[in-house]
Ligand binder design. Sequence first.
Ligand code: CA
Length: 221
Amino acid sequence: MRVLLIEDDELIAHGILTGLRAHGIIIDKVGNASEAKAALAILHCDVIILDLGLPDEDGMSLLQHLRATGLTLPVLILTARDAVEDRVAGLTKGADDYLLKPFDLNELVARLHALLRRAAGRSVTLIEHGALRFDPTSGETWRHGQAVVLSRREQALLAALLQARGRILNADQMKDNLYHFEEEIESNALSVHIHNLRRKLGADLIETIRGLGYRISKENS
Ligand code: CA
C-alpha cells in the first residue's frame, strides 16, 4: 500500500510517517495543498490522508478540486474539527472516511486497509490465489495451508501484484510499492525481492514479462 499524507503539522506528520512505516506501509508526506497537487500529478498512490487545516488552502476545497479533476482514490480526512456538520460535509463532499485528532495509529492503519478493500470491491480480508492465501492487513501468508514468513518488502510487492489482478506492473510501479521519496533505491533490490518471493511461494507465481514488468500468474500451484 502506498499512501500520500497531506499534513502541515510536522509533529503529527512525523508520528504518522514513523507509525505507518513500522507497519510496512509506504508513505510520503507533503505539507500543503499546492505540493499535494504537484505530487499527485506524478505519484502513484493508493490512498490519501488529508488534513483539513492546511496553510495555503482549506483541505475540503482541495478535496473538491481533486475530485473535480477526476481523482477517484479513497481519501481519509484527519481533522481536529469535531463539529458534526463538518464531518457530514466531509463525507458528502468526496471523502471516504475520517478520523478525529488525536487518534490511535492502529485504528488509522485498520481504516486505511478497510478503505483499500472497499476500493477494490472486496469485503473479505484474505486474498486467495491458487494455493496461496494472503492477508494484506497482517502480511500473513500461507501456501498449501502452510504459513510462509515474508519480509515487509516482500509482503508489499506481493500485495501490489495480487491487487493488480493479473495486470502487468512495470519496475517503477513495483518500486513505488517499496520505497518512499527520500529512500535510496538499490538497483538490484527489486529482482532480489522477486527472486525471494518465487523461492518461498513457487517459481511460477510471478511472471516476468520481458521489457514490461511483472504480473501474478493466472494459476499458482
Ligand atoms: Ca493542519
